[in-house]
Design a protein around this ligand. Structure first.
Ligand code: 1HN
Length: 324
């Protein structure tokens, strides 16, 4: 190296060193990582096996008193991320409640939905509406609405919680308030916050063909999604059939209402990854993965998903590859 080149390098090194103390950093060394040629989610496609998690939930129900846990939940945390991330943008957990227990009333800025997996006699009170829950029902807990859960009858109740918690890492404005007593005064009344599975399945089953998709929407205004960040869909796949392929900027958390099958993820270089699933499993699909579901069982497969589609669409960040 010529003396001038060495001198230049030394000068550069000194220049770089001088930046940090002034709270500045060069953009040009990191720019390509900030504007990559395709979305780069950090989440890894993952399956949470219900068969494996059910005994752990039961253990939590035996070992952890309701009074000690505001919510008895096993969080489904992505192996490539930290709690509360199931995907880069979404949180999912499995909640377990025993007969006679109460999950006390609170409200928070985060939005929540629940998809009921098993049990009868469980209910959620949302802002004065008492809703009994059955397998497959979806219950919404809109932002800042009081909610508590309870359980009548025999046996536990288990459901999937879906929240937009990871978004509050970037926008740290989530906070909560606890109600003065365990339960918020509630009545069994007509409500638009519950979606009965039998109505959703009926909508899926009237569609002709081997695949159908149902979009959950606001039941007071069907032009609106269920929340500003989180959306939800249900899908039907007939025996031996597969879903259309999708590749979107969307993050998905899937739940298997019923059926046996797998999801094929295809990367740009043609490599395939298979996520096998069966009844009640949960799995996630990070942003920009190309994927399709295949029914490998002997009964119709029904899948539920929640996603960040409403947020992406309202921020004009929703993109899809239509050439697949
Ligand atoms: C929450 O309020 C519930 O109400 C469940 O059942 C899970 C995870 C984080 C923050 C609030 C519920 C939650 C949650």
């Amino acid at each position: 190296m010529s003396p001038t080149a060495t001198q230049e390098n030394n000068e550069r090194a000194l220049f770089f060193k001088s930046l940090k103390p002034k709270n500045v950093e060069p953009l040009w060394t990191v720019m390509s990582a900030m504007v990559p040629p395709k979305p780069l989610p950090k989440a890894t496609p993952t399956v949470w096996s219900y068969k494996q998690l059910r005994p752990l939930l039961e253990e939590s129900g035996r070992l952890v008193p309701a009074e000690e846990s505001e919510r008895r939940v096993l969080m489904l945390i992505n192996p490539s991320l930290l709690a509360p991330q199931t995907t880069d943008t979404l949180y999912a957990g499995l909640q377990y409640i025993n007969p006679g227990e109460v999950a006390p009333a609170h409200r928070h800025c985060a939005f929540a939905l629940r998809f009921i997996i098993e049990g009868e006699g469980g209910y959620t009170n949302v802002e004065g509406c008492k809703m009994y829950m059955s397998k497959g029902d979806v219950i919404l807990t809109p932002r800042w609405e009081w909610h508590d859960h309870g359980k009548d009858g025999n046996g536990p109740m288990i459901w999937l919680d879906g929240l937009d918690l990871p978004m509050f890492k970037a926008i740290p404005v989530n906070f909560a308030e606890h109600y003065e007593s365990d339960t918020f005064p509630s009545k069994l009344v007509e409500t638009t916050k519950k979606y009965q599975w039998r109505n959703v399945q009926e909508q899926l089953d009237i569609v002709e063909g081997t695949y159908a998709r149902y979009d959950y929407c606001d039941q007071k205004n069907s032009d609106l999604p269920i929340s500003t960040i989180v959306g939800a869909q249900a899908e039907r796949i007939s025996v031996g059939a597969e879903s259309p392929s999708r590749q979107e900027t969307t993050s998905f958390v899937y739940h298997v209402y019923g059926g046996i099958g797998h999801t094929v993820l295809r990367s740009d270089d043609g490599k395939e990854e298979i996520l096998k699933w069966e009844d009640n499993d949960v799995f996630c699909i990070p942003s920009w993965k190309q994927f399709k579901h295949v029914n490998k069982g002997s009964t119709t497969a029904y899948l539920f998903n929640f996603s960040d589609i409403p947020m992406l669409k309202s921020l004009d960040l929703f993109r899809e590859n239509k050439d697949i």
